[in-house]
Write a protein that binds this ligand. Sequence first.
Ligand SMILES: Nc1nc2c(ncn2[C@@H]2O[C@H](COP(=O)(O)OP(=O)(O)O)[C@@H](O)[C@H]2O)c(=O)[nH]1
Ligand SMILES: [Mg+2]
Length: 298
Amino acid sequence: MSATRATHPKPFVADAAVFRTEGLYTGRFRRFKAGRSARYKGGMPRVSLILPTYEETDFASSVERLSAAVAALATRTVTSDGPKRERSEIILVDDSKPAIRAAMTEWSAVFSKDLAHAEVRVLEGPHRGKGAAVRVGALASRGDVVFVMDADLPIPLERIVDFTDRVENGGADVVIGERPMTRNAGDPVRFVLSRGLFAIQWLVVFQQSLFTDTQCGFKAFRGDVLRRMAAQQIVEGGMYDIEYLYMATRLGLRIERVPVVPNPESRPSKINVKRAMLRDPRDLLRVKWRGLTKGYKP
Ligand SMILES: Nc1nc2c(ncn2[C@@H]2O[C@H](COP(=O)(O)OP(=O)(O)O)[C@@H](O)[C@H]2O)c(=O)[nH]1
Ligand SMILES: [Mg+2]
């Protein structure tokens, strides 16, 4: 494995490791444990890739590249009957205008028919933001390992194998890509917004410095964990990543942070900065409030 493993040394990670290896925690974690023992009975898990899409006109090339990446994943598993061709699924949750979605759906149906190893589905999003679209995709997913990634494929796809291994064999519940802190954050307004949100997640939500990059559009989850988190997700905008990470820390799950080198930007951002300025800080406070009051359940 080429990447440096950057398991966080903070207490919640250590706690999760103890519960996993020695079974010390029962009660609120029992459902997660039960889910774990029933997984991965035979070979390669089925992988789901969820991509929220909004007016993504170049989605066809992204899906072709993704399809090649999951084909490589499938052929890595060799059984006594030869290579195991486990099927994966690519789920596009789309909030674009109907004409774009219709084209995507038609193309995906044709493309899927020729694929031995992947099924492409296009779901209509709820038109309430990126987080709401991810929730729809997560709840519809069936994979044992589920990726959530941006449609502009910000990270080289060879990392899919590495992230999958960390969940499947390394015992991680959540694996997040972290880009260098020095990366270019786009225009000045976006830069100020992202620094402000970074400060809020650090000082208010986690109240410690746990992550250097919560917003990288390339994350992998244990499928059952993601589906349970999505079922209680309240954030419908771009701060949903932080809600998932906050839930995971509250539930004592194992999160792995992996340094990644992003691909160059291939198109202008789809993020509506004005809308984000109004919505994101408030959403982070809602997440914290929820954690302190009603809480999040395993
Ligand atoms: N379904 C849906 N997807 C969205 C929405 N806003 C952004 N996206 C998607 O979220 C992903 C991240 O967008 P991108 O412009 O790459 O963000 P950036 O790299 O952070 O500037 C892309 O796949 C977009 O198509 C939305 O409102 N609905
Ligand atoms: Mg992007």
